[in-house]
Design a protein around this ligand. Structure first.
Ligand code: FES
Length: 302
């Protein structure tokens, strides 16, 4: 908003706050937040204090707490207000859905959101277990787009996983936390990804917090948490491939998939380990180069 007059510390604080807003939302949120801040400042130059007071006093939860944390403002009520567990437990797939919802929150704000959203879920449950409908309501009421759409889409595709296969993998890997990575690899091998239902079962059987398992599978590029498409195209973003035209292949594949919605999963890696063949593409686990890669991609994408 052009009518805002900044003091240097005010602008710096605002930019720090914007850095905490997820990338996909930043451009949409900036004018809205500036408009709110302009109202708060009421014509005064915006100082650090005005930005901080606006965050503390005017923003709704859970954004208030998350942005206070991003600005390093201590919230004296935070401990009292942040339950960390479902008061009367979970019903159906609700815990799994809760964790899936949190995956859309940037890492630095996830734990603040966890406490706040858990509080809201417990309120909705009114003393009973948190149900799947409560989580869906929270997503619909609180989460902005595009995250809302992503989460609801992910909820719709949950289920349908043969848990006896997961149980067999768990049984084949006796032990505690030290065997979890092996289990996750075996589950991904079995299903092509690590379904949320599998994470819940591993969490129960190995007595490991579900949130910890989610952190693990989302931190390692080797794991997928969404069901892959019919074909998996792994494009190399490494230097050797890049200088030999890999970037053009990457753009072409992305444009085609965006254009025709082909049932494929596109992944990027830093190196496929065959730089002497670059630019290289991996399709369903096989390496292709040159005309072979083009021909195979044409069959899959056209
Ligand atoms: S950089 Fe592409 S295979 Fe190594």
């Amino acid at each position: 908003m052009s009518d805002i007059k900044w003091l240097p510390d005010g602008q710096k604080t605002f930019e720090k706050l914007m850095a905490a807003v997820p990338d996909a939302m930043r451009d949409t949120m900036r004018p809205k937040l500036l408009q709110m801040l302009s109202g708060k400042a009421a014509g005064q130059p915006v100082s650090k204090k005005i930005v901080e007071d606006w965050v503390k006093e005017d923003l709704p939860e859970p954004q208030r707490s998350a942005l206070m944390a991003a600005l390093g403002i201590k919230d004296p009520k935070a401990k009292k207000e942040q339950p960390v567990a479902a008061t009367a437990g979970w019903d159906g797939d609700s815990e799994n859905m809760f964790e899936r919802m949190l995956q859309e929150v940037p890492d630095m704000m996830r734990e603040v959101f966890r406490g706040k959203l858990m509080g809201i879920a417990n309120q909705k449950a009114a003393g009973g277990p948190i149900k799947e409908d409560h989580i869906v309501e929270i997503v619909k009421e609180i989460v902005p787009d595009p995250f809302k759409t992503n989460i609801l889409k992910a909820f719709a595709t949950m289920g349908g996983v043969d848990l006896t296969k997961v149980e067999a993998v768990i049984e084949a890997n006796p032990g505690g936390e030290e065997v979890v990575i092996n289990i996750l690899h075996a589950v991904q091998e079995e299903f092509g990804y690590v379904p949320k239902e599998a994470l819940v079962l591993i969490s129960q059987k190995k007595e490991i917090f579900l949130s910890k398992l989610y952190r693990l599978v989302t931190a390692y590029a080797a794991f997928r948490i969404e069901e892959p498409g019919k074909h998996i195209i792994t494009l190399c973003d490494g230097t050797s491939c890049h200088v030999k035209g890999g970037n053009a292949i990457l753009k072409e594949v992305e444009a085609k998939v965006a254009g025709n919605g082909a049932d494929v999963t596109v992944e990027k890696v830093r190196c496929l380990g065959c730089c002497d063949l670059s630019p290289a593409v991996m399709i369903d686990g096989e390496i292709y180069t040159g005309a072979d890669a083009q021909a195979k991609l044409a069959v899959i994408l056209n």
